[in-house]
Design a protein around this ligand. Structure first.
Ligand SMILES: Cc1ncc(COP(=O)(O)O)c(C=O)c1O
Length: 482
């Protein structure tokens, strides 16, 4: 099979997966025969067969003997989505407990069935391709191993990042890109450049606990802004907050936020870019999940609407290319000099041969199809997990339906105790992330974040059902004890 065919079958599988997840093709519905689809798409029957096999592997479709192909018929009871939470309008000092590192350590412990981390498992990445890229980089650029790296990162990687940023609608100058060791390092550098201890930072609610840990370590205050589970950060609420509070920076994940998986509509992204430019407040935009979004247009960054330099773009390849290589980037806009200086002082330049390996992986011909494969694989398991939640969690449970990624946010009936559920799960060697970790407000004590990036086999399906059974024991009517 040539390279063109190789990407073609994935493109067809990806389109169909999108239609199934959007509900355009309903569960149980018959889909086009191999011959029909080959004719419609102007491709060979072998290409369609390969696309259908990919969808079968992902359990999105099934072949029925002598009848054809059908959308897989798990008649999942559809659950409603969580609501936007009303929030206090004052900023809070951040004092997150050690829960984050406790959960993260257990989530990576092979003795646990893990839904605790937002980390993709190793089986999602093409190990051989990564190994070859690292070996090639170390061999071809031997000299980089025995000299100090200098500057903002290798030109090869910055060029690859600039090219990838085009898919987010951003035209970046390679001179404005700084390579870092991770997305969190990028975010920390940006916060350091634009805030001082005691300042207020506005962010989504609920928000990624890693952000809260950074805020705490820098003695910053968090102002949580109402965030819709599908539409993301409320720009109206943010504008009001900017009118009434001394907000020094905004930190947001407009595409597939963590933990909600929300993705802001394009018009809201434009409004957000206009708002930060008018008010002169920096927006630190985390784009770590953009490549995982199923809708091409929603990969567009807020930065693409900004020509004032107020949007500081942060990202990494931890969720999409090779988590172990630890390579991230920042394009700090008008705070470029400050961020470059801080980076030089705090950690210096990054490991060149690893940057070159990532540049290689990003520019190889198979890079786009690897993303597509990743999106299709995680979409199928998220879909299946939603079905299991609908079947086994208590009545009144709500769950998000994100357009990509591998995180679900589950809202248990009001009054449920997610800490008690967390402890009950631990006794059975299952790790989940209780909702309290994702806010300074204590509003999400009845919520749970489930990370589905790790292994996904029968043991995980059984464990998720078991979490649902245990959730019945932490309902307020059952006495709140697990
Ligand atoms: C929104 C968000 N940003 C950043 C990170 C961390 O990325 P990195 O490992 O590159 O620091 C995560 C990981 O869960 C995340 O969810």
């Amino acid at each position: 099979m040539d390279r063109h065919q190789d990407t073609l079958y994935l493109r067809i599988a990806d389109q169909l997966a999108g239609s199934i997840r959007a509900g355009t093709l309903a569960r149980g519905e018959r889909i086009a025969s191999v011959r029909e689809l080959a004719r419609q798409q102007g491709v060979s029957m072998a290409t369609v067969v390969q696309a259908y096999r990919t969808l079968e592997d992902a359990r999105l479709i099934e072949a029925r003997p002598r009848s054809g192909y059908f959308v897989a018929g798990r008649a999942a009871r559809r659950l409603p989505e969580p609501d936007t939470t009303p929030l206090p309008s004052q900023s809070q000092p951040v004092a997150v407990s050690s829960m984050g590192s406790r959960v993260f350590t257990m989530a990576l412990d092979p003795d646990f069935v893990s839904f605790g981390a937002a980390t993709p498992g190793e089986e999602l990445f093409p190990y051989e391709r990564i190994r070859r890229a690292v070996n090639r980089a170390a061999q071809r650029h031997r000299a980089t191993l025995s000299r100090y790296p200098l500057g903002s990162g290798t030109q090869e990687l910055r060029r690859a990042i600039a090219r990838q940023a085009l898919s987010m609608g951003c035209q970046l100058d390679t001179r404005d890109i700084l390579v870092t060791g991770s997305c969190l390092e990028s975010v920390s550098l940006c916060l350091r450049a634009v805030t001082r201890p005691g300042d207020v930072v506005a962010l989504e609610s609920p928000t990624y606990f890693g952000f809260l840990e950074i805020l705490e370590s820098m003695h910053l205050r968090a102002l949580e802004i109402p965030t819709h589970p599908r539409q993301g950060l409320s720009v109206d609420a943010l504008a009001l907050a900017l009118d009434t509070q001394p907000v020094k920076a905004i930190l947001a994940v407009p595409t597939l936020s963590n933990p909600l998986g929300s993705s802001m509509p394009l018009a809201e992204r434009r409004r957000l870019a206009q708002l930060v430019a008018q008010r002169g407040v920096p927006l630190i935009e985390d784009v770590i999940y953009n490549a995982l979004c199923e809708h091409d247009d929603q990969r567009r960054a807020v930065r693409s609407y900004d020509d004032s330099g107020h949007v500081m773009l942060c990202g990494s390849f931890s969720k999409t290319v090779a988590p172990g290589l630890r390579v991230g980037f920042v394009a700090p806009g008008r705070w470029s000099d400050q961020v470059q200086r801080l980076k030089a002082v705090h950690s210096g330049a990054h490991t060149e041969f690893l940057e070159l390996a990532v540049a290689d992986l990003l520019t190889q011909p198979g890079a786009e199809s690897a993303y597509r494969q990743l999106r299709t694989t995680v979409a199928a398991r998220v879909d299946e997990a939603r079905g299991i939640i609908a079947e086994s969690f208590p009545r009144g449970t709500r769950v998000t339906d994100p357009p990509g990624g591998f995180i679900l946010w589950v809202e248990l009936p009001a009054g449920s105790d997610s800490m008690a559920l967390f402890e009950a799960c631990l006794r059975e060697r299952i790790c989940i992330a209780p909702g309290t970790m994702f806010s300074t407000t204590g509003r999400y004590a009845h919520c749970v974040r489930l990370g589905l990036g790790g292994r996904w086999e029968d043991a995980q399906r059984r464990a998720l059902r078991r979490v649902g059974e245990l959730a019945h024991l932490v309902l307020p009517a059952a006495g709140g004890e697990a």
